[in-house]
Design a protein around this ligand. Structure first.
Ligand code: NAD
Length: 367
């Protein structure tokens, strides 16, 4: 019920992170997050009175892109390597055109070398595969992205599996999927949308979700399944739901973390939400609305923002939530790929030679 925040049991701990409010403490599952103080928030020109913290994906993505830009400049200065991203699209799908243009633009803003190959809708499979062979062999390109969906006459699986796994910044190659499923994310490319969702959840909860229930709505290879692997790796107890799940609202009510990736406008209602839960809305749906006698279209998510923001502890808006984070994570993956080529450890910035040397002297010091 709006305004009701669940019970606070003995030993409840609130943690305050980044001044974004109070959140579930990872060691204290089942206890809700922030106090019931309504706030006024603005999303897409509308005003909502909500209790949830608004997770600002646009601002977070800008922060991330700024640090990627800095790291890319440093990589170029120290190793002469400029991260290179190739975006391949086939056909005239208007949404795909906007997505590919945004990706190219962001890559340029980050200081990357960026190329876009927009092939005609009737391009043959051989043409697309020949282009991928060329890009796989091009040392200036560290990341290759094939914009989906592809026209029906093309074999989507064959094409995504023809991107070299070490340049597969979308994380769709079976080699990268296998590594992620095995929990070996250090040298795998994780699909950008779930990777971005994960970062936003970590901002709220820290990195360990022990004792927390995570529910994902949707079992796609692009979002639902990789999201489950990431949440599982962070020790959440994970449930994947889909179109054949019975009592979906009941399953969702058990979620401390709820990720909706369905493609059905405003499907998730306030009464589905456990008070204080973190709600990540991946859905992008274009709907028609009438405003002042005029019919307009607007973007909306899978979550009924008006209802859910009154119950949840934190929530992403649509637009301005998961979408910008997806593009930022694509840049992060491309930078990581370029750093691997330059033989630099992603975490420390050390080259593998330096790392071996340091390990050797550490070992010596301990003898
Ligand atoms: P998909 O069509 O591949 O998968 C949808 C999933 O929803 C399926 O697993 C299906 O079983 C499930 N589903 C359908 N109806 C359901 C119902 N009534 N109850 C429960 N589950 C149901 O879609 P996708 O590629 O995973 O994308 C999902 C949504 O996320 C879409 O709106 C898409 O546009 C959006 N998306 C956004 C981003 C982003 O960057 N923000 C990235 C990828 C996808």
């Amino acid at each position: 019920m709006p305004g009701m925040r669940g019970s606070v049991g003995p030993g409840t701990m609130f943690t305050r992170r980044h001044n974004r409010g109070y959140y579930l403490h990872p060691d204290r599952p089942l206890l809700f997050s922030r106090p019931p103080v309504p706030v006024v928030i603005h999303v897409q020109g509308s005003i909502f009175v909500a209790h949830a913290t608004l997770i600002d994906g646009k601002a977070r993505a800008a922060e991330l892109s700024a640090s990627i830009t800095e790291s890319a400049a440093e990589l170029f200065e120290t190793h002469g390597v400029r991260p290179g991203l190739a975006v391949v699209s086939v056909g005239d799908d208007p949404a795909s055109k906007i997505y590919t243009r945004n990706k190219k633009r962001t890559a340029e803003t980050c200081g990357f070398y960026s190329v876009q190959h927009a092939l005609a809708a009737d391009s043959s499979q051989e043409t697309v595969l020949a282009l991928l062979t060329e890009l796989n062999a091009d040392p200036a390109i560290h990341g290759i992205l094939v914009q989906l969906p592809l026209p029906d006459h093309l074999d989507e699986q064959l094409i995504t599996q023809s991107v070299a796994p070490e340049k597969d910044v979308d994380g769709f190659h079976f080699q990268n999927i296998g590594k992620l499923t095995a929990g070996q994310t250090e040298d795998a490319f994780v699909p950008c949308t779930p990777a971005g969702c994960m970062l936003m959840i970590e901002d709220q909860l820290g990195k360990d979700f022990s004792g927390l229930n995570a529910v994902i709505i949707g079992r796609s290879n692009i979002v639902g399944k990789p999201m489950a692997s990431l949440l599982l790796k962070a020790n959440a107890t994970v449930t994947i739901t889909h179109s054949r799940t019975s009592d979906l609202p009941g399953v969702c009510r058990n979620a401390d973390i709820l990720v909706a990736a369905v493609g059905r406008p405003n499907m998730v209602k306030g009464e589905w939400i456990k008070p204080g839960a973190i709600v990540i809305d991946v859905g992008i749906n274009r709907i028609q609305v009438s405003e002042g006698g005029e019919t307009k279209t607007k973007l909306t998510g899978d979550v009924d923002f008006d209802e859910v923001s009154k119950v949840a502890g934190a929530i992403t808006p649509v637009p301005g939530g998961v979408g910008p984070m997806t593009i930022a994570m694509l840049m992060a993956n491309t930078l990581a790929s370029a750093r691997r080529v330059a033989n630099i450890s992603e975490l420390t910035g050390e080259s593998s030679e330096d790392r071996e040397r340091r390990k050797f002297s550490d070992d010596l010091a301990q003898t």
